[in-house]
Design a protein around this ligand. Structure first.
Ligand SMILES: [Zn+2]
Length: 427
């Protein structure tokens, strides 16, 4: 074995969702053995006093937006976009995306996310940051054409160039996807070209859908259909589609997501902070078989990348909205952030089982807010925070051990990110 983790309380997320005290052996980038009393070989990590769980999967974010964290809060959505976010984003350069992404990677390592989906621009620079971090990612260049044919050509060309770039990286930790922004910012031609590109290249599609009532009205006015109905009617939906938000959906739209095998990324913190008003109908989605995952969205609307917070918010906001505390129990919310997110990476990550990728985290249980241990799932879903993650292994590589980051120069990155952030918000 290259690495053996001894005596941890393991949230396996296997088929039976077992929680067991056991050892885990890693060879290369894979989990080679899960069982008690594994011989001490290779590098030994003492897991006693810790929970070992699969690394979390953040299925929707815009990593470089870490630079806009806390820059414009508590604003009405339209003026937030128009007066703050878009004008500032127009000043973001390649270097900013690089350092913003590195800052995001550090935050994810410290809070337990080993794999994520990202959609933004200057994605070549984001890819470089990911490569330096050792995290696993699926990256898409976010396309917006606003029915402008010239812009459409430029956006599709940028996506094509990014696909080539990722292909040439030959980095098994980095995949790419096609990312048309949303049905109210992309023409039908762009959506259909995206679908074709995804089919041709065998990659996934990321898109925002049904995030706000305004979006629903706009799409309805233009097409006579609600966003998901519209996407279904043009043949856009399929198993490769990963839709973010879905807070204003009808039961019919939920059934269309299920029929087409789509994945829905629920972003409870971002939705609630932006006062999107709706709430993703998770019980109906689960009933009809939609793959439900969790995302943080960007740091301009969240304002962090802590997926533990998302797990708790997801469960409690659903309970509150349904007047039913039995809705989305702890284990279910943990599934969203592990196994279900892992399906977006071919099911190779998201559980601690032999033959799966060695993506895992040790959560430090020797803390007042994590004692006593009655029920590990409840503890991880409702009491743990990102900052309790002590050690992270991703793709068999130790990225953080005993709270010490092994891969990046944390203080230097924080300084550079601060510099970039100050420059882009300067008038
Ligand atoms: Zn988003």
């Amino acid at each position: 074995m290259d690495i053996v983790i001894k005596n941890a309380l393991v949230l396996t997320q296997n088929q039976k969702r077992e929680v067991v005290r056991t050892d885990v052996g890693i060879e290369g980038n894979m989990i080679a053995q899960v069982g008690p009393n594994l011989p001490k070989s290779g590098y030994v990590i003492d897991g006693s006093g810790c929970a070992l769980m699969p690394g979390l999967v953040n299925a929707h974010t815009h990593l470089s937006m870490t630079l806009l964290r806390g820059f414009a809060d508590d604003m009405e959505l339209e003026s937030w976009w128009r007066t703050k976010i878009w004008p500032t984003e127009a000043k973001i350069k390649e270097e900013d995306c690089y350092y913003g992404a590195l800052l995001g990677c550090l935050e994810m390592i410290r809070s337990g996310t080993t794999a994520f989906f990202d959609m933004y621009f200057h994605m070549e620079y984001v890819a470089q940051a990911i490569a330096h971090s050792g995290l696993r990612a699926n990256l898409g260049y976010g396309m917006v054409d606003m029915w402008n044919a010239h812009k459409r050509v430029r956006e599709l060309r940028a996506t094509g160039e990014f696909l080539d770039y990722v292909r040439h990286l030959k980095n098994s930790m980095i995949e790419c996807s096609i990312a048309p922004h949303a049905p109210n910012t992309c023409s039908e031609e762009l959506l259909l070209a995206s679908k074709q590109l995804a089919e041709k290249n065998g990659c996934r599609i990321q898109i925002h859908a049904s995030e706000t009532r305004k979006e629903v009205y706009e799409v309805q006015k233009r097409t006579g259909k609600r966003p998901v109905e519209y996407l279904d009617s043009i043949g856009f939906l399929g198993e490769e589609c990963v839709l973010a938000h879905g807070v204003w959906l009808t039961k019919h739209e939920v059934s269309l997501l299920a029929k087409n095998g789509c994945t829905l990324v629920h972003n409870p913190v971002s939705n609630q902070k932006l006062a999107s008003g709706g709430i993703a109908p998770l019980p109906e989605m689960l009933q009809s078989g939609v793959n439900v995952t969790l995302g943080t969205d960007g740091c301009a609307s969240n304002n962090n990348l802590d997926l533990f917070e998302e797990i708790k918010f997801c469960a409690i906001s659903q309970k509150n909205a349904r007047w039913d505390p039995t809705v989305i129990p702890a284990g279910q919310a943990l599934d969203f952030a592990t196994v279900n997110g892992g399906k977006l990476f071919g099911g190779r990550t998201g559980s601690i089982e032999e033959g799966k990728l060695a993506d895992m985290i040790l959560v430090d249980l020797k803390k007042p807010h994590l004692a006593p241990v009655h029920n590990l799932k409840s503890l991880l879903a409702y009491s743990a925070r990102g900052g309790d993650v002590k050690t992270m292994i991703c793709g068999g590589k130790i990225l953080m051990e005993d709270y010490a980051i092994k891969v990046l120069d944390e203080q230097a990155i924080i300084l550079k990110a601060q510099e970039c952030a100050e420059r882009i918000v300067r008038k």
